[in-house]
Design a binder for this molecule. Structure first.
Ligand code: FES
Ligand code: FES
Length: 165
């Protein structure tokens, strides 16, 4: 494997869940790996590493992005939101997390950060979705355990709660 010289490594500065952080990235380092290994934010999971499963979904400047399809250096200067930023500082779940909890919308939980971040963006742009619309919005996220029924119900319930906040 090619070794990169110090000159080929870049400092990447991001705002992660509202906090300024920085790290060093080789040019081809994936944003997922930068978050997990360089920054230590391991809540973002890695499934396929090919943009298929959605497990690595995060928000970059408010948009849901598969972090396995983006290089860390491309994120320099961006605002990034991950699963670690959803609960409040005392660890209380936000509406979306609470709805997943109440609907038993996870089993192993491996896919859950990706679903939550996809929905975090989606429910902002479509706060009153139908069940069919939620299915389409989540069609790029794969779960091997739950069978999707509870996840979709959780998204529907969360939207209701978020509209009333
Ligand atoms: S790990 Fe990124 S889409 Fe599967
Ligand atoms: S809860 Fe296990 S993969 Fe979704």
């Amino acid at each position: 494997m090619k070794k990169f010289s110090h000159e080929e490594r870049h400092q990447v500065k991001i705002t992660l869940n509202g906090e300024a952080v920085k790290g060093i990235a080789e040019p081809r380092l994936l944003l997922t790996d930068f978050l997990r290994h360089e920054i230590g934010a391991t809540g973002t999971h890695v499934g396929c590493e090919h943009g298929i499963c959605g497990a690595c979904t995060i928000l970059v400047n408010g948009k849901a992005v598969r972090s396995c399809l983006m290089l860390a250096i491309q994120a320099d200067g961006s605002e990034i939101d991950t699963i670690e930023g959803l609960a409040d500082k005392d660890g209380n779940f936000n509406a979306l997390q609470q709805a997943f909890h109440e609907n038993f919308a996870l089993q192993c939980g491996y896919c859950t950060p990706g679903f939550l971040m996809t929905l975090s963006e989606y429910l902002k742009s479509n706060p009153d979705p139908s069940i069919e619309e939620i299915k389409i919005a989540l069609s790029g996220n794969i779960c091997r355990c739950t069978g999707y029924h509870e996840i979709i119900n959780a998204a529907f319930d969360a939207a209701k709660v978020m509209r009333d906040i």
